[in-house]
Design a protein around this ligand. Structure first.
Ligand code: UDP
Length: 323
């Protein structure tokens, strides 16, 4: 197949591109390189440097390439930033995505895989969070992704675009070649590993007074390789669907730090700070639906294996992609 991957130079996109190319697909990456890295684009993929805000640019690229399917990763994805700059999130995640869908309609491209998020659920009514839990986002990031999910339902009904929306929980770990490198790092695991690399003195724990057993937030960390496999399976789906993607287990911030201490052998000092606005206390996925319908099962169930892969990548790339 020929797959058009927006955000293919980013953390999750680059790992999906890697798996697509390994199985013999032709890949076109469309990325503006603000969050992504040129060095994270697989050498066998074609790179188009472009911005989804530029409707003419994405439309021309789609007409020229006419792929069998689109995987859409390009987005802003930071809860905290979305609380101070909502406009960035609604513009890039909703308006940019709409330009992409309209380019697909014009070019007659009918298959779509969307990077959605557990942030669409807000503070969930219950956990594990399966697809029947009501979506009530508590930050503009989650809201922007939910708005786009609603747009997708209409583009299926009115334009026949078959989509699969994958609501990731916390993507973590690294593949053999591609890992996590954000120019401004806000994510927990890379920030903890920066302490082990000697690049930071300590790691902040945002909130030690949540109603969780140790007072810190609980998240469902899922290996990037397992996430990428779900995208490949999504391409086999004949009807539109929404799937929640996680391991079904959860780890607190303190547990993540402790696991990183074990794996790196570094003491990693931690400092408890105030809560980060927009953070729900506990997010754990119920992924039975994608297991039943697509046969997806996470291979990496243990946090240790996920963090070990991240640590291996960060040791090899202490300054990320170096750009
Ligand atoms: N977190 C933290 N210190 C950090 C970064 C994150 O305590 O330096 C917490 C954050 O408040 C959240 C969890 O770790 O509860 C995971 O945050 P991350 O930003 O990695 O992912 P998110 O859940 O926001 O997508």
């Amino acid at each position: 197949m020929k797959i058009f991957v927006t955000g293919g130079a980013g953390y999750i996109g680059s790992n999906c591109v890697d798996q697509l190319i390994r199985r013999g697909d032709e890949v076109v990456v469309f990325d503006n390189l603000t969050e992504g890295h040129r060095a994270a684009v697989h050498p066998q993929a074609k790179l188009i440097v472009g911005d989804l805000q530029d409707a003419g640019c994405i439309s021309a690229a789609m007409q020229a390439e006419r792929p069998d399917a689109v995987m859409h990763f390009a987005a802003n994805a930071l809860v905290g930033e979305s609380m101070v700059n909502p406009s960035k999130y609604f513009n890039n995640n909703v308006r940019g995505g709409l330009n992409l869908l309209d380019a697909m309609v014009t070019a007659g491209v009918k298959r779509f895989v969307f990077s959605s998020t557990c942030a669409t659920f807000g503070v969930p009514e219950r956990v594990p969070i399966d697809e029947s839990v009501p979506q009530r986002p508590i930050n503009p990031y989650g809201q922007s992704k939910l708005m786009f999910e609603d747009i997708l339902r209409w583009y299926d009904r009115l334009h026949g675009i078959v989509f699969v929306s994958l609501r990731y929980f916390n993507a973590a770990g690294a593949g053999e070649t591609y890992g996590e490198d954000h120019r401004i790092e806000t994510h927990l695991i890379p920030n903890v590993l920066k302490v082990a690399l000697g690049q930071r003195e300590s790691v902040d724990v945002f909130g030690g007074d949540y109603e969780t057993p140790d007072g810190s937030c609980i998240r469902d960390y899922i290996h990037i390789i397992d996430l990428a496999e779900a995208h490949l399976l999504a391409l086999t789906r004949k009807e539109s669907a929404f799937y929640n993607l996680g391991t079904g287990g959860g780890n607190s911030v303190f547990e993540v730090i402790e696991c990183c201490r074990r794996i790196t052998g570094h003491p990693i000092p931690a400092v408890v700070k105030p809560r980060r606005p927009g953070d729900p206390p506990r997010l754990i996925a119920g992924s039975a639906k994608i297991e039943a319908e697509l046969g997806w099962k996470p291979r990496f169930q243990k946090l240790d294996a996920i963090i070990a892969s991240a640590w291996a990548w960060h040791q090899k790339h202490p300054h990320g992609y170096g750009d």
